[in-house]
Design a protein around this ligand. Structure first.
Ligand SMILES: C[S@@+](CC[C@H](N)C(=O)[O-])C[C@H]1O[C@@H](n2cnc3c(N)ncnc32)[C@H](O)[C@@H]1O
Length: 495
């Protein structure tokens, strides 16, 4: 009996210590689309308890170490994960409340707990918790056994020079289809006469592989390749070997719906910088969201968790254009919805029945083409998608909206982690017809916080922020990334 009590106490102690460490970690962790993998088989719970008793990092297996990097909450129950995420979001929103009330001065101020000036709802859970990722990017580097042709995820950092590439089959957020492609790609590059490209300046060719899947199980693989000094004719030979491996050879078990190849000498190239070459199959995959169908190109952004994206999108739609009886009669807002950083147009298209007009703005041309195609595919006629940087395009759109008679305008912004350019914030703030603005952020404590403050500060002619200030009125966190510390925050501003 005494022994059982002592054991329980020790597990509780370890759990508390672990939660404390995670809370600290959550302050600086950020969503990283390229290192996050999907995983299928978590180390069993019994294994977990043993690992909790271990004290040093080196006692952990490589799989556990990778899980701690990619899915650091894997040891916690899902309820514990949601509790932790809610506390983290509340802390960030209390920081925002502090800035707005003047209690906190600068972003470097210690995060003193300030009373929340608006409600933060409980985190909306992801309907799918395991194997949820529809996109994973696997790196190539030296494995645990020293083999430089290893495909997986990094433990360690380039800066410290201690990178080890660990296979991610066990990761909780990874679907089996993704790890199968990674395994096959590893077998393929091990058979290839070409070297892997570990560092751009040291040569080598085979780089990472991205895998995208949809709910129907279609699989798209994109292989990135550094041509170095190979001639185009030489590259053709290796492309043909890759194609043969995945269509007629052992890689055919992946049943690829699409195989793309991109020659790139940079970390990341758009389709315009270096075309995605279709070696096999269909150029797109399709996904359904809330009854609408979406085409996704190799280069386009799409939310990584399809089921949770539906939760996110219905939350955003309801906050942008509230419908008192969600699911009942549609209310017609009769104005314009600006969808800034619209990707393949999902938010605008899903909200289109409630508004007269949607204007989407997006940087990536392939995504804009997808958005236009998606509107037509769904018989949506009131959407217009404009390619370009929002900071360049939006000021012109605003003058059009003002001169067009000034109907009501709602705005949704969903930028990447770098947040919105100050010109975008200025244009939104200075457009008096916008009364509601929904900001969707995967990192609200980063650059987005600067945007929140610029939207809500007192008018400042020096910064050309002359429009009436917005106020945050509701925050809804949505868990898109189970087992990781991240979630999306949907923040409603009104004035
Ligand atoms: C987080 S994604 C959101 C996409 C979309 N709202 C969705 O849910 O699918 C951010 C998008 O912003 C785009 N983007 C990044 N910087 C931009 C800029 N300066 N102007 C316009 N779009 C930008 C990216 O290409 C990406 O598609």
């Amino acid at each position: 009996m005494a022994l059982a009590v002592a054991q329980t106490r020790s597990v509780l102690f370890i759990k508390r210590k672990y939660l404390h460490a995670l809370r600290k970690t959550c302050l600086w962790f950020s969503t990283n689309d390229t290192i996050l993998a999907d995983q299928r088989k978590p180390p069993p719970k019994t294994h977990l308890r043993k690992s909790q008793k271990k004290t040093t990092l080196t006692d952990l297996s490589w799989e556990e170490r990778l899980s701690d990097v990619v899915t650091p909450l894997w040891r916690l129950s899902y309820d514990e994960q949601l509790e932790l995420k809610l506390k983290h979001q509340e802390r960030i929103m209390s920081q925002l409340s502090g800035y707005l009330s003047g209690e906190l001065q600068s972003q470097s101020s210690l995060p003193v707990r300030t009373k929340l000036s608006f409600p933060v709802l409980p985190v909306l859970p992801s309907p799918v918790r395991d194997g949820y990722r529809n996109k994973s990017t696997f790196s190539v580097n030296r494995g645990v056994d020293g083999n430089p042709k290893t495909v997986g995820f990094y433990v360690g950092t380039g800066k410290k020079g201690n990178i080890v590439c660990v296979n991610g089959d066990h990761l909780l957020n990874m679907p089996e289809k993704h790890t199968r492609v990674a395994r096959c790609y590893q077998d393929f590059i091990r058979l290839s006469s070409l070297e892997p490209c570990l560092l751009f300046y040291t040569g080598g060719h085979w780089r990472e592989v991205t895998v995208r899947t949809n709910a129907e199980g279609h699989t798209m693989a994109i292989v990135y390749f550094h041509p170095q000094t190979l001639t185009p004719e030489e590259v053709v030979v290796h492309k043909a070997e890759l194609l043969d491996y995945f269509t007629r050879g052992p890689g055919s078990v992946c049943q690829l719906h699409s195989l793309f190849f991109q020659e790139s000498a940079m970390t990341r190239c758009t389709h315009e910088q270096s075309p995605y070459q279709l070696l096999h199959g269909q150029p797109h995959i399709y996904e359904e969201q809330l009854g609408f169908k979406f085409r996704i190109s190799a280069d386009a952004f799409f939310q990584v968790n399809q089921a949770a994206a539906e939760v996110l999108y219905s939350t955003v739609r309801q906050l942008c254009i509230p419908n008192p009886e969600e699911g009942g009669e549609r209310t017609q807002f009769g104005g314009t919805l600006l969808d800034v950083c619209c990707g393949t147009g999902a938010i605008g298209i899903i909200t289109s029945p409630r508004v007269d007009r949607i204007i989407g703005i997006e940087l990536i041309e392939q995504a804009v083409e997808d958005a236009r195609h998606n509107a037509a595919l769904n018989n949506v006629l009131n959407c217009e998608f404009i390619p370009g940087k929002a900071e360049v395009v939006l000021p012109g759109v605003m003058s059009q909206l003002s001169s067009a008679g000034g109907g009501p305008v709602a705005a949704v912004v969903n930028p990447a982690r770098a947040g919105l350019h100050y010109r975008v914030v200025r244009a939104l703030r200075n457009q008096p017809n916008i009364r509601r603005l929904v900001y969707v952020s995967c990192k609200p404590d980063g650059d987005a916080m600067r945007n929140f403050r610029e939207l809500c500060c007192a008018p400042d002619p020096m910064k050309k922020l002359t429009g009436e200030a917005f106020s945050p009125t509701l925050a809804v966190p949505v868990d898109m990334f189970p087992h990781t510390p991240h979630c999306e925050l949907v923040l409603l501003f009104e004035r």
